[in-house]
Design a protein around this ligand. Structure first.
Ligand code: ATP
Ligand code: MG
Length: 327
């Protein structure tokens, strides 16, 4: 626990809005807790500070965008700031996928060397895959590792909220892309990029798609532009070559199911896990669904003051999730 001196410093830094001082005192508390052997608490405190710092820096970046890119600050309405303190190493991905993500990261980190030699680092990415399998999380991890904010643009709501104006809104967004280096995730990309013959309504969507392609083609800045969709199969295949990399996310295989559950249960006491039935119960579930099932199990254990996580509890939470899906 913080001592009297530290408590006073915390209060003073809070009233004078001195964030850095506040963080420094919390880190001191973390260090003294670690010395007392309270490693878990110390780590939690450090993680909280890291998250707070990131959120602050993203807020500042968003303020910059409002100030810089448009006289009316309109663009801030079109972008959601997403903040999640994930690192690429926290993502559980099959090997080839994680190699691709790391390659993107390495190229971005070596940006100037590549550009000096007239080589273009991967910066226009297409993420496809079912819900809850890491598209947004990966965008977030890339942003964190590059020290950039992540902005999300939902193309479906852009189209529906600004019907008739969506082209000019898209231009505003791309002004921001050019002026402020960040990661820009264009979610629900299929709402503009579906195959030509699927729907009758072409007009505005088609124009938005064409403009989007023109903007990414002529990208000058070092921002990362990621288009994401759950419906990769619905996209016009001709679109794929407009991106530097196509990353296909998938449901977790047994090996990833194990890794995910092990990580989620890391700090809790548990029975020896029986992987076969656990994997069976996880079939067809996404990373997000499995995470929720494990969290349900943990909540139940804590609320009912049970001693450990049991195979039975885990399996029934996973089974319940699968039933949910089928309804
Ligand atoms: N590859 C992964 N490794 C670890 N956890 C994951 C992974 N993918 C998803 N998760 C968990 O699921 C949650 C949701 O994932 P995410 O938001 O990335 O899904 P998504 O692919 O963007 O889905 P949607 O298509 O619905 O937007 C994450 O916050 C995380 O808890
Ligand atoms: Mg997402």
């Amino acid at each position: 626990m913080a001592n009297a001196q530290q408590l006073k410093s915390l209060l003073r830094s809070h009233t004078s809005r001195d964030d850095e001082r506040f963080y420094a005192v919390v880190l001191q508390v973390a260090a003294s807790e670690a010395r007392k052997g309270h490693q878990k608490l110390a780590n939690e405190l450090r993680a909280l500070i890291e998250t707070a710092r990131k959120e602050k820096s993203q807020e500042r970046a968003k303020e910059n965008i409002v100030g810089l890119s448009t006289p009316y600050g309109e663009v801030s309405e079109l972008l959601d700031v997403v903040s999640h303190p994930t690192k690429v190493s926290d993502l559980i991905l099959e090997d080839s996928l994680s190699e691709r993500i790391n390659r993107i990261l390495t190229e971005q980190k070596n940006l100037s060397r590549l550009k000096e030699n007239s080589l273009r680092p991967r910066q226009r990415l297409l993420f496809t895959g079912p819900p809850g399998c890491g598209k947004t999380l990966t965008a977030s991890a890339l942003a964190n590792e590059l020290g950039l904010p992540l902005f999300v643009v939902r193309l479906d709501s852009l189209l529906s909220r600004y019907l008739g104006e969506s082209l000019s809104k898209l231009r505003l967004i791309f002004d921001a892309v050019e002026q402020n280096r960040a990661v820009y995730l264009f979610d629900e990309f299929d709402s503009i990029g579906f195959t030509r013959d699927v729907a009758g309504e072409i007009g505005e969507m088609r124009r938005v798609l064409n403009s989007f392609l023109v903007f990414i083609e002529g990208l000058q800045s070092n921002s990362l532009v990621i288009a994401a969709t759950n419906h990769g199969h619905r996209l016009d295949k001709a679109l794929f070559r407009r991106f530097d990399d196509l990353v296909e996310f998938g449901l977790p295989e047994s090996i990833q199911v194990r890794e995910l559950i092990k990580r989620l249960l890391k700090d809790f006491s548990k029975e020896r896990l029986q992987w076969k039935p656990i994997e069976e119960a996880s079939q067809a579930l996404s990373y997000a669904e499995i995470t929720k099932a494990v969290e349900e199990t943990l909540k139940d254990m804590l609320i009912n003051e049970k001693e450990k996580v049991t195979n039975q509890a885990l399996i029934s939470a996973l089974t319940e999730r699968r039933l949910h899906l089928n309804h």
